[in-house]
Ligand binder design. Structure first.
Ligand code: 16G
Length: 240
C-alpha cells in the first residue's frame, strides 16, 4: 500500500490508505489499530511518518487515541442536513436509529426578559423549561434545553416530553410548525455536558440555538442544545 518511489509523501499515502479502509468498512468503528512501531516495522517506514499520518486522522475525527490503550477507529459521524426543519425523533428514525430521551428536568417557570422577547410573550409569563438528553440507539448525542409558552403549548406532561415534542404539537395540538432560525458555534464541553454526553473533559461540542415559529409566525420554541462534535457533521447545499 506504500510506494516509496512515488512523489506523494509517505505519510500522505498511509493517511489516504487508512482513510479509505475506514470509509470502505475494512476497518470498523471501535477497532484497535496496530501500534506506531508495528506499522513502521511492517511497512519499513519511520515511526515519525506513521505518527504524522495517524495524528492527521485523529485531528480529522477518523481515529481517536486512548491513553495507555492505543488508537481506535471512531464511530461514523451522523450527517445532519441543514435544509429541512426536522425533529430529533424524525432525524434518527430516517437513519434507522432508535431515538430516546432522558428527561433531566421539566419545570414551569416565569420567562426571563430575554426568553419572553424571543417567544413574544409578556415578561414573567409561564414557560416550560425542558432539559433532555437525546439518545440514538442508547448513545447520548445531544443535550437540549427547550423553552415554550405554557399558554401556547397546552397540557404538556413529563410523559409527553419523554417522547416527541413535535409529534405532540402537530398531531395533538394541531399547530403547524413553519420555520426556524438557527445559529451554530463550536464550544468546549463544560462539566455539565461532559457528564450528560459522556465526552472527555474539554471535548469540542456544537452549540446550536434555534428559534422555531409556527406557520402563522408565532414563536413556538427557543432551544439551546449541545451536540457531540465527534458524532455530528452538519451539511448544507449552497447555490450560486
Ligand atoms: C430537534 C430540534 C429542537 C426540537 C426537537 C424536537 C435542533 C437543533 N433542535 O432536536 O428544536 O425541539 O428536535 O424533537 O435541531 P422531538 O420531536 O423528537 O421531541
Amino acid at each position: 500500500m506504500i510506494d516509496k518511489h512515488s512523489p506523494t509523501p509517505i505519510y500522505f499515502q498511509l493517511e489516504h490508505s487508512l482513510r479509505r479502509q475506514i470509509e470502505d468498512g475494512e476497518l470498523l468503528p471501535g477497532e484497535l489499530l496496530p501500534s506506531e512501531r508495528e506499522f513502521a516495522e511492517k511497512l519499513g517506514i519511520s515511526r515519525m511518518t506513521v505518527r504524522q499520518a495517524i495524528t492527521n486522522l485523529v485531528n480529522e475525527g477518523f481515529l481517536y487515541r486512548q491513553k495507555g490503550r492505543g488508537t481506535f477507529v471512531s464511530e461514523k459521524k451522523l450527517e445532519q442536513r441543514l435544509s429541512g426543519l426536522t425533529s430529533f425523533t424524525e432525524d434518527m428514525r430516517m437513519r434507522g436509529l432508535t431515538p430516546a430521551s432522558k428527561l433531566l428536568s421539566f419545570k414551569i417557570i416565569p420567562a426571563d426578559v430575554k426568553t419572553a422577547e424571543r417567544l413574544q410573550i409578556q415578561d414573567y409569563a409561564s414557560v416550560y423549561e425542558i432539559i433532555r438528553v437525546r439518545l440514538a440507539d442508547e448513545v447520548p448525542m445531544a443535550l437540549e434545553t427547550v423553552y415554550m409558552s405554557v399558554n401556547l403549548v397546552k397540557d404538556l406532561t413529563e410523559k409527553l416530553v419523554s417522547a416527541s415534542l413535535y409529534t405532540y404539537i402537530e398531531n395533538e395540538l394541531s399547530l403547524s410548525i413553519g420555520r426556524a432560525a438557527q445559529s451554530m458555534e463550536a464550544v468546549l464541553a463544560t462539566e455539565n455536558e461532559e457528564e450528560h454526553l459522556l465526552v472527555p473533559k474539554g471535548a469540542p461540542v456544537l452549540f446550536i440555538e434555534r428559534n422555531t415559529y409556527l406557520t402563522n409566525g408565532t414563536p413556538l420554541e427557543h432551544v439551546k442544545s449541545f451536540y457531540r462534535a465527534d458524532r455530528y457533521k452538519l451539511t448544507v447545499d449552497i447555490n450560486r
